[in-house]
Design a protein around this ligand. Sequence first.
Ligand SMILES: NC(=O)C1=CN([C@@H]2O[C@H](COP(=O)(O)OP(=O)(O)OC[C@H]3O[C@@H](n4cnc5c(N)ncnc54)[C@H](OP(=O)(O)O)[C@@H]3O)[C@@H](O)[C@H]2O)C=CC1
Ligand SMILES: Cc1cn([C@H]2C[C@H](O)[C@@H](COP(=O)(O)OP(=O)(O)O[C@H]3O[C@@H](C)C(=O)[C@@H](O)[C@H]3O)O2)c(=O)[nH]c1=O
Length: 298
Amino acid sequence: MRVLITGASGMLGATLANMLKEEHEVFGTGNSNFDEQPKNYKVLDLNAESYKDVMEWSNPNVIILSGALTNGNYCNDNPEEAFSINGISVKKFAEVTNKNVKFIYISTDAVFPSKLHLAKESDCVSPENVYGKSKELGEFFTKFSDKQFCIIRTTIVGLNLNSKKRGFVEWIINASKTSEDIFLFDDVVFNPISIWELADEIKHIISLENFPNEVLHISGTEIVTKYKFGMELLKALKLETETVNRGLISSFKDRAKRCNDQTLSCVYYQDKYKRKLPKLADTIQTINQYYEADKIRK
Ligand SMILES: NC(=O)C1=CN([C@@H]2O[C@H](COP(=O)(O)OP(=O)(O)OC[C@H]3O[C@@H](n4cnc5c(N)ncnc54)[C@H](OP(=O)(O)O)[C@@H]3O)[C@@H](O)[C@H]2O)C=CC1
Ligand SMILES: Cc1cn([C@H]2C[C@H](O)[C@@H](COP(=O)(O)OP(=O)(O)O[C@H]3O[C@@H](C)C(=O)[C@@H](O)[C@H]3O)O2)c(=O)[nH]c1=O
């Protein structure tokens, strides 16, 4: 299959491109070039008027829409840009593709409000910040396109293949290595899945004879606070935990509102598709495996 992945310079997209290339012809786009970029890679600004060149080049059977503005504070300060990149871009892809092309839209727990614990696919969305609202718009254009679609809501953790980037996990690791004090939220809960484990699920979904055509929650099966996650991660990686402090999201006033309950129920997906999603220890073990492999490579 020919698979186009947007956000292929990002944390999830770069790993997806790497893992899917074993079975598919993969084409990736991102907003900038990077040293580790895959073979078939082009810069495509999702704000651009036309996506024609990229569509002619990749001619995909499946498009994985992973490209997004993910910085919640930046989205709040720049709502038009956030709605354009995270939402309207999906409409533009729908307009330049025929109805046989399948869409997989990567969405987020942030479409739900804090008051929902273990949000289900059938629960009403009600985002609390611009980032969440812009992802809700992306879901809308995915659902109401003429394509077969799968919207995956998730909460991911992992390492960046793109050495210019640094996410949540790298932030915790680097702080430990440089003895920088950090405050991890002990009042925010989530059920994380690693990018490699999620990529395996996406591989499975692409291989299905009957494409899902629905919203699916795909994440880890255990709930932790961000603080506990950070501590468990550092212990597994045999790194110092001394500079990790308990923080409270409620004391971070100067930023876009975030939910303190980011949990997603993955029961429907596991039951219907007969899949076993990872426990926290599996997810941390997977990160450890890629972290060690990276150390050896470097
Ligand atoms: N990280 C998380 O905690 C979670 C993420 N998600 C969703 O998962 C998906 C992947 O997230 P993640 O990999 O962490 O994101 P990253 O922030 O790591 O990567 C974002 C990607 O989008 C690209 N992008 C940003 N702006 C533009 C633009 N104007 N035009 C084209 N491409 C652009 C970036 O390109 P460039 O590198 O050039 O800037 C990059 O490739 C997203 O859709 C996100 O909403 C869902 C739940 C949790
Ligand atoms: C989690 C956390 C963040 N922070 C600070 C640093 C960090 O750069 C900033 C933003 O936190 P996060 O990166 O976790 O972003 P945040 O917007 O909270 O998390 C989200 O990410 C987006 C992309 C999603 O889709 C959501 O599902 C969600 O996981 O807040 C802390 O100081 N302590 C913490 O424990």
